[in-house]
Design a protein around this ligand. Structure first.
Ligand code: GDP
Length: 496
């Protein structure tokens, strides 16, 4: 009888998902970006705005989000997610972090894939044009959060261990990377790929290689990431053999002796492709309908032209993952049928509003080159500068007798503030400087030339703003910059 009840349960589960399929539309929305780009903050703020928009009412400040301003949103709430084997995005925890009064702080960043479903009930204009009467419709948005580092792994599927090793060692010899790669390259030169495998050597090389990748990502260098993506964002795989390998100088087609270091490294590289890279692209990436790619362009701009160029390369690689058409069959199999991609420069609240359009132009410039190189992306692409949470306000500040436009907020603890900077402002102020009007200038060393002190002020980090509390004692959505534009582009048309 337990068998019968199993079958009955299975049938019911199938029927429920069929009912889902029939009654409402679904949209799988990918949210990605390199680590610290702002994915967690974006999703938390987006979902808070959606689910609290009706409570916030006119104060919602989402003028560009049409379904809401036209009064057609009936409700928006969290629903059980469709995939049982994917961690749930810890929305409540992250929201609590952002909105808990004096204790408020930025939430824990993305470390692995997670998912969250928001169901929106709305009045459909399109429906009522075609039919008479009822226009009540539903859209389920499945938000899929995943580290952008993982996307950089797609090209590995078409590369042998020898090819990947060669490219990685070559990239490490570039001027910007050579100093931080020295330790690892030294150890690599001392290792013999044909010599007998030892776990100690494998671990040491993997550790030094990972350290190099990590150094390249620190703010001082702000170089974007090289594959393998899981070395910096291991998810649940930390310490497993599939993540304990490193490139070695081996020739293409070379027979490596049984049990040699080179052969074992190659085996692990292949295991990484089979057990880590492929399942992610097949089970998650290939199912996305729309995608937002968050980009922390400001940090790269602050670090200088090498970092900007590197970011551009990383964006090209990210965009490659979406490219349809050409290229080899394996990688093509894992491509999603995405019809819209939004590139968003985050943390625009660190700039004066007069610079928002310039930041947008810079990101457009960086991605347009990426798109041109990645010929034939079959999707509509837009670019935006935004802040999912606006932690600052603008003010005129007197500084050494001069009146200057400043960005004012509450600095997070431990951040240095120059005492002379603010007369009469109890908070922290930065003078954000001007972004160049011509986006091409970001590749020039002197475009943003800042002395060290200036650079430090630019890096000042602010605490999240204090949330207002509604009549129901729950927090209202936090202020933002252009979040509504992102919403309209990503799913506004599905709420028509
Ligand atoms: P993730 O690694 O992509 O999940 O990045 P997070 O969402 O955790 O963001 C990383 C950090 O960037 C946060 O801890 C904040 O300090 C900062 N940040 C992210 N979004 C915003 C924003 O909209 N405004 C401001 N001022 N800071 C942000």
């Amino acid at each position: 009888s337990s068998q019968i009840s199993d079958i009955w349960l299975e049938t019911r589960v199938a029927a429920e998902s069929l009912a889902d399929f029939v009654s409402g539309a679904r949209l799988r929305l990918g949210v990605t970006g390199l680590s610290r780009a702002g994915k967690t903050v974006f999703i938390t703020s987006l979902v808070h705005h959606l689910t609290r928009a009706l409570v916030a009412g006119r104060k919602a400040h989402l003028p560009v989000f049409r379904a809401l301003t036209e009064g057609r949103i009936l409700s928006a709430h969290l629903d059980p997610q469709p995939d049982f084997n994917v961690p749930r995005f810890a929305y409540e925890e992250h929201l609590e972090a952002l909105t808990s009064g004096e204790e408020r702080h930025w939430p824990q960043s993305t470390r692995r894939i997670s998912e969250l479903r928001v169901s929106i009930e709305f009045n459909s204009k399109a429906w009522s044009l075609r039919h008479l009467g009822q226009a009540h419709a539903r859209l389920d948005i499945d938000i899929v959060d995943y580290p952008g580092e993982w996307l950089l792994d797609l090209p590995l599927l078409g590369k042998t261990y020898a090819q990947w090793s060669h490219e990685t060692l070559e990239a490490a010899s570039a001027a910007a990377r050579a100093p931080i790669a020295a330790n690892w390259r030294g150890a690599t030169a001392a290792a013999d790929p044909k010599g007998r495998y030892s776990e100690q050597t494998a671990q040491k090389l993997a550790r030094l290689f990972t350290e190099y990748l990590r150094l390249a990502k620190t703010e001082r260098f702000a170089l974007s990431t090289l594959p393998p993506g899981r070395f910096l964002m291991p998810g649940d795989l930390e310490g497993s053999p599939a993540l304990t390998f490193a490139p070695l100088p081996v020739a293409e087609g070379e027979e490596l002796p049984y049990r040699s270091l080179g052969r074992e490294m190659e085996r692990r590289y292949e295991a990484y492709k089979t057990h880590v890279v492929k399942p992610f692209f097949r089970d998650h990436f290939a199912r996305l309908d729309r995608q937002i790619v968050l980009v922390d362009a400001l940090t790269a701009l602050n670090s200088g032209p090498a970092a900007v160029r590197d970011l551009e390369n990383a964006l090209t690689d990210v965009l490659n993952a979406f490219r349809t058409g050409r290229s080899n069959l394996i990688t093509q199999m894992f491509r999603p049928k995405i019809d819209r991609i939004l590139f968003a420069a985050t943390k625009a609240d660190h700039l004066h509003h007069t610079s928002h359009d310039r930041l947008e132009a810079i990101l457009r410039h960086l991605t347009s080159r990426a798109i041109a190189r990645a010929e034939g992306v079959g999707a509509e692409i837009d670019v935006i500068a935004m802040a999912a949470v606006r932690a600052t306000r603008e003010a005129m500040v007197r500084h050494e007798g001069e009146k200057l436009a400043a960005i004012v907020g509450t600095p997070i603890e431990g951040e240095r503030i120059g005492d002379d900077v603010f007369d009469g402002i109890a908070e922290g102020a930065i003078f954000p400087g001007e972004l160049p009007e011509d986006p091409k200038l970001v590749f020039r060393g002197d475009a943003l030339a800042l002395d060290e002190e200036e650079a430090e002020y630019r890096f000042l980090k602010f605490r999240p703003p204090v949330a207002k509390i509604a009549k129901d004692q729950e927090a209202l959505p936090l202020p933002h910059i252009r979040l509504d534009r992102a919403m309209e582009f990503l799913f506004g048309d599905k709420l028509a």
